[in-house]
Design a protein around this ligand. Structure first.
Ligand SMILES: [Zn+2]
Length: 406
């Protein structure tokens, strides 16, 4: 079932000019019809008729301008009515499925998290997703016909055109037909994208990428991925798999990566890599704070515990975190040299504290980025937090509605 074949309100709104007008209102609101005509180069009667349709659909509201300079008739200004429709955003990570329901400005109305305690089969995974979405929809009073679409942020390799999860490394599953399955169940348009690319889209709408047309988003969790935003669009490559910074090579003689190669960034700097490094080193440092904490199963080894130990003066923990930052910084510097984005946005729990990972990362970028003095590339942390990926899923739907397609 394709998006175009739908007969609901969403399909009609999608017409190119209407999206153009809608997006112009979003970017410049409050804005008058005359200004829209000037900026879009559409004729005033065309703008008027498109705006009227948008008002009928309750997507746009009118208000009187507070005052007019010329002292004449006050112009009528237009705004987006963000609470008119709703969007479902789903994020499937390694161990959780998270479903949020939002208004069109990304305000979260419901938030549900389902844990996956064991590796599901393809069928079980899709059933868990369906159950989770039903749970959210059943626990809200909103009119279901006002839901514009379901966005889905999926880790691993994704084909967004077919709405297919090609390969999920964490679930060890291939070719999951997410779009087909969810559209059949819910009869709502579904858009699927890689989780970090969805996150980058969320950053461009709601986060640190709002005011720049080019940035790179690097996400570090159990794996490492990136979302590349160029000329105000997500870069996918014709294979839909662009941005795999986690599998760029730091050292060909390095540790084995999940992908089969040796020395990938992911094998050095993911959360999994940090913990396995700690485990393999721990017995060599029986005096370390970390060793004392975890011996005899007193405390469970976790990323937080490694940070706690580093803060308490544990040299082993601190040095592993600093090395992680240096590896990430090296890979980031290489990426910056190729793409020269104006911003680098970092997402992940390991960036929550400056000292251990972020500072060495920035030092490596400063050292290895080839640039002229006027090139200022800012390195910032995402502020969207755990909401970033599901909000990215929501943004997939928004992007279809507001951004005109050629
Ligand atoms: Zn790899």
């Amino acid at each position: 079932m394709s998006f175009e074949a739908k007969t609901g309100s969403f399909e009609k709104m999608k017409q190119l000019n209407q999206s153009t007008v809608l997006n112009m209102i979003r970017m410049r609101e409050p804005i008058s019809r005359a200004e829209i005509a000037k900026l879009t180069k559409l004729t005033p009667p065309t703008v008027s008729s498109l705006v009227n349709e948008l008002i009928q659909k309750n997507l746009v509201t009118e208000e009187e301008a507070p005052s007019s300079k010329a002292g004449g008739r006050k112009p009528i200004m237009l705004r987006i009515n963000y609470s008119a429709y709703y969007i479902v955003g789903v994020y499937a990570a390694a161990e959780i499925i998270r479903v949020i329901l939002t208004t069109m400005d990304g305000k979260i109305i419901s938030d549900y998290c389902k844990e996956m305690t064991q590796l599901p089969s393809k069928h079980e995974f899709l059933n868990l997703v369906i159950e989770s979405i039903h749970y959210v929809l059943n626990h809200t009073t909103i009119d279901k016909s006002l839901i514009l679409g379901i966005g889905f942020a999926m880790h691993g390799l994704v084909n967004p055109n077919e709405g297919l999860a090609i390969f999920s490394p964490h679930l060890q599953l291939e070719n999951i037909p997410i779009k087909d399955c969810l559209e059949e169940e819910f009869d709502i348009p579904v858009f699927v994208e890689n989780d970090v690319r969805a996150l980058a889209l969320a950053e461009s709408w709601f986060g640190q990428g709002k005011d720049v047309s080019d940035f790179v988003c690097i996400s570090v969790g159990r794996g490492i991925g990136s979302g590349i935003f160029i000329n105000s669009e997500i870069y996918k490559s014709s294979f839909n798999t662009g941005g795999e910074i986690g599998h760029t090579i730091i050292d060909v003689n390095g540790p084995k990566c999940q992908c089969g190669n040796h020395g990938c960034l992911e094998a050095y700097a993911s959360e999994t890599a940090i913990l396995s490094k700690v485990k393999s080193e721990l017995n060599n440092y029986p005096d370390s704070i970390l060793f004392q904490w975890v011996k005899n199963g007193k405390k469970e080894l976790s990323l937080n515990l490694v940070f706690d130990a580093a803060r308490s003066g544990d040299e082993l923990a601190a040095s592993i975190l600093v090395e992680t930052g240096r590896s990430l910084g090296l890979a980031a510097a290489n990426m910056i040299n190729i793409l020269k984005p104006s911003k680098l946005i970092l997402e992940g729990n390991i960036f929550l504290e400056d000292k251990y990972v972020l500072d060495p990362l920035k030092q490596m970028i400063n050292k290895y980025t080839f640039k002229s003095p006027h090139e200022e590339i800012s390195v910032v942390c995402s502020k969207l937090g755990k909401t970033g990926m599901p909000l990215g899923a929501v943004t997939l739907v928004l992007n279809k509605l507001f951004k005109p397609e050629e």
